[in-house]
Ligand binder design. Structure first.
Ligand code: HXC
Ligand code: NAP
Length: 293
């Protein structure tokens, strides 16, 4: 099975104009590349314009599609409104918003300053709110329907996680926003879904979550029942499906793509996989003997 193969048919996103926050690096870049290959035009936006310009030029060369780099710090509503104005001027109507931008780092919570906690909440939760509210109000005002918002969360949005508490708090809020607006704005023809990725190696995440030799100490693949990390194309395949018309009846869903990682941590007896095969005869005997007593 080639899990790195491209899934959707050619032109599956033809005519779609998409805004991808944090589209100049990591998973945002990989999803943008595939959207362009499928015929979409894409605005990529983040704080670093130089990085975005380089990425957009390379992606246009690679795919032949149209990719517009626009600077915007999603923490600031006025910047988001300005970015959307420029996006409309460059591409015309926007059909899809992909809230992918994020900030995160590991830290014991008691070491965080109030500003450190706020910084993550502001990028992840407030940033998603800013883009969703600004574009959503525009769509509703202009009576533009058949629109889609896709939010990138994490599996700890519902389990919580120690040492990344601001991120877990913010992603939980994004998930609640996804489900709430999926119902409230369905009447305007706006769908909301989310993806919860497991470990997909990117420089941005790995440098902040596994700094120094933590990369070697904590091999994230070992936490995954399928014993590997994700490939970017697998995530891009799912994202392309969710922003395409093929997923028209999917609304308010969060799709986990993690090889079973979070469930492995959750199931009370999952640790028993450490019991060697040859011990099971003995264990079975011990258990059955208890039945008679
Ligand atoms: C404690 C820290 C810190 C750290 C920053 N701060 N890093 N505190 N430990 N390691 C504090 C600072 O001291 C400051 O507080 C406040 O946080 C803001 O820091 P700045 O550097 O001024 O912020 P800024 O320049 O806005 O940068 C934001 C950032 C940075 C989040 C800190 O890392 C960034 O730009 N990240 C963007 C990309 C990213 O994080 N990608 C990873 C996404 S991964 P004071 O009080 O001193 O002013 C992800 C995956 C999850 O989400 C799941 C994986 C499996
Ligand atoms: P990444 O490359 O660091 O992506 C984060 C992006 O967000 C960057 O392009 C960054 O660009 C942008 N960004 C940060 N702050 C911003 C701000 N204030 N305004 C606008 N843009 C901002 O990391 P990634 O791994 O690809 O993460 C992408 C998404 O996947 C995130 O939502 C993350 O939580 C999620 N995720 C990743 C993993 C994983 O294993 N990689 C797992 C679960 C979830 P600038 O620095 O140029 O602003």
């Amino acid at each position: 099975m080639d899990f790195k193969a491209k899934m959707l048919r050619d032109d599956a996103l033809k005519g779609k104009n998409i805004v991808v926050t944090g589209g100049g690096s990591g998973l945002g870049l990989s999803m943008t590349r595939y959207f362009l290959e499928l015929g979409a035009s894409v605005v990529i936006t983040s704080r670093n314009l130089e990085k975005l310009q380089k990425a957009a030029a390379e992606l246009e060369e690679e795919t032949g599609g149209k990719c517009v780099p626009l600077q915007c710090d999603v923490r600031h509503y006025e910047e988001v409104e300005k970015m959307l104005e420029q996006a409309h001027a460059s591409l015309g109507e926007i059909h899809v918003l992909l809230n992918n931008a994020a900030g995160n780092f590991i830290s014991p919570t008691e070491r965080l300053s109030s500003n450190a906690f706020d910084t993550i909440i502001d990028i992840v939760l407030k940033g998603t709110k800013n883009c969703t509210l600004a574009l959503g109000k525009y769509w509703i005002d202009k009576k533009q329907s058949e629109r889609t918002v896709l939010n990138i969360v994490t599996t700890y949005a519902w389990t919580g996680s120690a040492y990344v508490v601001p991120s877990a708090t913010a992603k939980a809020g994004v998930l609640a926003m996804t489900r709430s607006l999926a119902v409230e704005w369905a009447k305007y023809g706006i769908r909301f879904n989310a993806i919860a990725p497991g470990p997909f190696p990117t420089k941005g995440a790995w440098d902040r979550l596994l700094p120094g030799d933590l990369k070697e100490k904590f091999d994230l693949a070992k936490k995954v029942p399928l014993k590997r990390v994700g490939d970017h194309q697998e995530l891009a395949n799912l994202a392309a499906y969710l922003v395409s018309d093929f997923s028209h009846y999917l609304n308010g869903e969060v799709i986990t793509i993690d090889g079973g990682e979070w469930l492995k941590g959750a199931g009370q007896f999952n640790l028993l996989e450490m019991v060697p095969e040859e011990m099971w005869d003995m264990l079975e005997m011990m258990i059955k003997s208890k039945k008679q007593s």
